[in-house]
Write a protein that binds this ligand. Structure first.
Ligand SMILES: Cc1cc2nc3c(=O)[nH]c(=O)nc-3n(C[C@H](O)[C@H](O)[C@H](O)COP(=O)(O)OP(=O)(O)OC[C@H]3O[C@@H](n4cnc5c(N)ncnc54)[C@H](O)[C@@H]3O)c2cc1C
Ligand SMILES: NC(=O)c1ccc[n+]([C@@H]2O[C@H](COP(=O)([O-])OP(=O)(O)OC[C@H]3O[C@@H](n4cnc5c(N)ncnc54)[C@H](OP(=O)(O)O)[C@@H]3O)[C@@H](O)[C@H]2O)c1
Length: 421
């Protein structure tokens, strides 16, 4: 490997730009390939379905203080929970501040990545180039996960990836499927204009309001971290119960897991809209029959649209599936970043925090810089370290595909900082 290795980054979303910033400002020879004509990834709002997934009305679910790059605060006049447009402006000012555009090749899609001996060959639509290191930051919220159910639905089937705003849903009967942040945000937006809105969940959830004691819930939570976890969670649950009561009173299911054992659904409006009769909760779907949807409790209703807000698959279309495939295989990366077999392959942002993604992507990138400078080494027993990491998450997350990438923001951030410093 040369003294100044050539490094490629795939993607200029919030994760890719912080990988680029950390490498470029430390003097590395780095090029970032972005298939879009601008930076921002998911936060580039577009009316048409493409890579991007945010809605016109999306506001972030972690508060601004906990959603900043480590050395780049958000503007003082931003609200506690900035909008999608404000976040995109923030990402653009980060890129401008560190003069990163000179390193980004826009409108350049990586179609294939092949490992050579000590190198990666990247193929673009009409050329190819070799690099010493490859950093993958292509995001994991763009390839829809769509469940199948018995029977056929004669109405329209959609996925939340196609949801941009509520105009299309005016005067329609809509069933939204899922209990995550997309499902709850979309059900609320749709119910403002639809004839009928229902939400089908396959389990009960704890719904975290955006504010507790008048401050953002994540800021409130951070203030209680000194309390032993069991006691802290007991009081968090009690506080929720005090304000919300039993979820069964809303027609929802009782959660089958403890608070924070699933990726947090942060939503202050769903329960309110249910109690205003704008959204009706349903159990899981059992089958379709024409325009009817039958639920597992035997209830049956007809709909014009069923919208699956059932999450996303982990996808790397540029690798051959037998090569690297985390949709079907367990995560074998150290710190969700370093690959066990290819010492010149790293992933940034391939995690799902209880909290915000890109501050952790920033820390992962800082660790990559240390790794490239031989100032930090991979664990000697790599496999054991990965196993320990996966087995020692602070919360025993429920075993569904989306939780494969789940980490706790505070614990993981502390772990990375300890290793970096
Ligand atoms: C509605 C919605 C709301 C969300 N809200 C939050 C939130 O509040 N907090 C949070 O932390 N996360 C949230 N997310 C998750 C979101 O994915 C992250 O915020 C963030 O966008 C992740 O950044 P990333 O750079 O890892 O991936 P992305 O934003 O997906 O960026 C990946 C980039 O890679 C590019 N790319 C992909 N493949 C290629 C290729 N082959 N060649 C070249 N370029 C390529 C894409 O064009 C894109 O620019 C939300 C997601 C959705 C859908
Ligand atoms: N306002 C915001 O900032 C905002 C808005 C939207 C999304 N986001 C973020 O974007 C990311 C993706 O969120 P998401 O809500 O789109 O996806 P998600 O977090 O993966 O949630 C998917 C939901 O669908 C359910 N589900 C999956 N397969 C199912 C099936 N076969 N049948 C029935 N239900 C099924 C899941 O159930 P289980 O619980 O059983 O897994 C879960 O409730 C997350 O990081 C989220 O926080 C943020």
């Amino acid at each position: 490997m040369s003294d100044n290795p050539k490094i490629a980054i795939i993607g200029a979303g919030p994760s890719g730009i912080t990988a680029l910033k950390n490498l470029a400002t430390n003097g590395f020879d780095v090029t970032c390939f972005e298939m879009n004509d601008q930076i921002g990834g998911n936060w580039v709002y577009k009316d048409k379905t493409g890579h991007s997934s945010v809605f016109k009305t999306t506001h972030i679910i972690s508060s601004k203080k906990f959603s900043e790059y480590t050395d780049f605060p958000m503007p003082d006049d931003y609200p506690d929970y900035p909008s999608g447009a404000e976040l995109l402006a923030y990402f653009n000012s980060y890129v401008n501040k560190f003069d990163l555009k000179q390193h980004i090749k826009f409108n350049t899609k990586v179609v294939k990545a092949i490992p050579l001996e000590n190198k990666w060959k990247l193929f673009f639509e009409d050329s190819s180039e070799d690099f010493d290191y490859l950093i993958v930051a292509n995001g994991h919220h763009w390839s829809p996960r769509i469940p199948t159910f018995e029977g056929e639905f004669s109405g329209e089937l959609m996925h939340s990836h196609q949801f941009k705003n509520n105009e299309y849903f005016k005067d329609k009967s809509v069933l939204v499927v899922g209990g995550g942040n997309s499902a709850c945000d979309i059900a609320v937006e749709v119910s403002r204009v639809a004839k009928k809105t229902s939400i089908s969940m396959r389990r009960g959830y704890h719904f975290i309001p955006k504010f507790m004691m008048g401050i953002p819930s994540d800021a409130y939570y951070a203030k209680t971290l000194w309390i032993p976890q069991r006691i802290r969670l007991f009081f968090q649950k009690l506080a929720l119960r005090f304000v919300q009561g039993n979820y069964e009173n809303y027609g929802l299911q009782k959660p089958d897991h403890d608070i924070l054992q699933s990726h947090a659904t942060v939503n202050s409006e769903l329960l309110y809209f249910i109690k205003h009769g704008k959204i009706s909760p349903k159990k899981n779907i059992s089958r379709f029959s024409g325009s009817d949807v039958e639920f597992i409790d035997g209830e049956k209703e007809d709909y014009d649209i069923v919208l699956f807000a059932t999450g996303y698959k982990i996808s790397f279309p540029f690798f051959s599936t037998s090569n690297i495939d985390y949709e079907n295989n367990d995560i074998d990366l150290y710190n969700f970043c370093f690959h066990p077999k290819h010492s010149n392959l790293m992933f940034v942002g391939l995690l799902q925090p209880l909290g915000c993604i890109w501050p952790l992507s920033d820390l992962q990138s800082q660790q990559i810089v240390k790794y490239l400078r031989n100032e930090w080494n991979l664990p000697k027993d790599f496999e054991k370290a990965v196993r320990n990491q996966q087995n020692s998450m602070p919360y025993d997350f429920i075993d569904t595909p989306r939780h494969k990438l789940e980490v706790d923001y505070h614990a993981f951030s502390k772990h990375l900082q300890n290793e970096i410093n």
